[in-house]
Design a protein around this ligand. Sequence first.
Ligand code: HEM
Length: 254
Amino acid sequence: MQTHAGDDAPITYGTYLKLHELLELQVPRSHPVHPDELLFIVVHQSSELWFKVILHELDQLVAHMGHGDALAALNTLKRLNGLVTIVSQSLTALDTLPPQRFAEFRGYLGSSSGSQSDQFRAIEAASGLREPHFIQVLQEHGPIPALVQAALDRPSLQALFHAMLDQAGTTLEAVYRTKETTPLFLLAEELLEYEQGFAKWRFLHVQLVERIIGPLTGGTGGTLGAKYLNRTVQQRFFPELWAVRSQVYGPSKS
Ligand code: HEM
């Protein structure tokens, strides 16, 4: 077992986690330094770290679903849903940033905008967004980043779920019609949970935006700000999982 970093220094908490490097990375741009900018940076950086883990877990999920392993997929999805909750929860730290204080350092952010987050776009692509509007938003910032393109080139989670249904010789309607609690039913419900968790992030984020810069202020990414973000709350990774409810239990079916 290797217990030293190589140059004979013992591996410690700090060297293992590269804390020296990590803690050097929070560099406020305001001058004099605004007391709220550190929190603003840390919430964004930590969200990007969680996005990294989410992308990693999505890779695992895609592999499990590709192998038709519903239980392993379910396990990974449960973890993913916990991670999405953490990222949403961390947004609430910025509820304590009132508009006048953000205005004091917003100018130092230049043209930076969350809409330039490659990892966020890769999560959306891996989960299943393929609509023309999504592709258009992607192209607005230049060539599609390799991370996002790789996710777009894979089957969406919905397509993978379909393949699992085919493999089991069943249909989505049958999974929702039966009273039996099957692994495929549990997986469908957990996918819906993922969708809901993601939509909750979108909702909390747009509320935060409206609270801090107002509903009518455009974003630094050149969008219509909250108006654009409110539209994204309606996006769906799994339209069929929502539709099946009315297909099986809608008013005309009773
Ligand atoms: C003071 C707090 C925040 C404000 C005022 C804010 C503002 C905005 C605005 C106006 C947009 C629309 C795009 C644009 O034109 O810029 C946006 C998009 C985005 N923001 Fe934030 N944001 C805040 C915090 C955060 C945090 C903490 C994250 C975590 C990573 C984040 C991630 C994103 C992402 C991923 C998008 C793209 C969303 C999409 O296109 O669906 N934002 N933000």
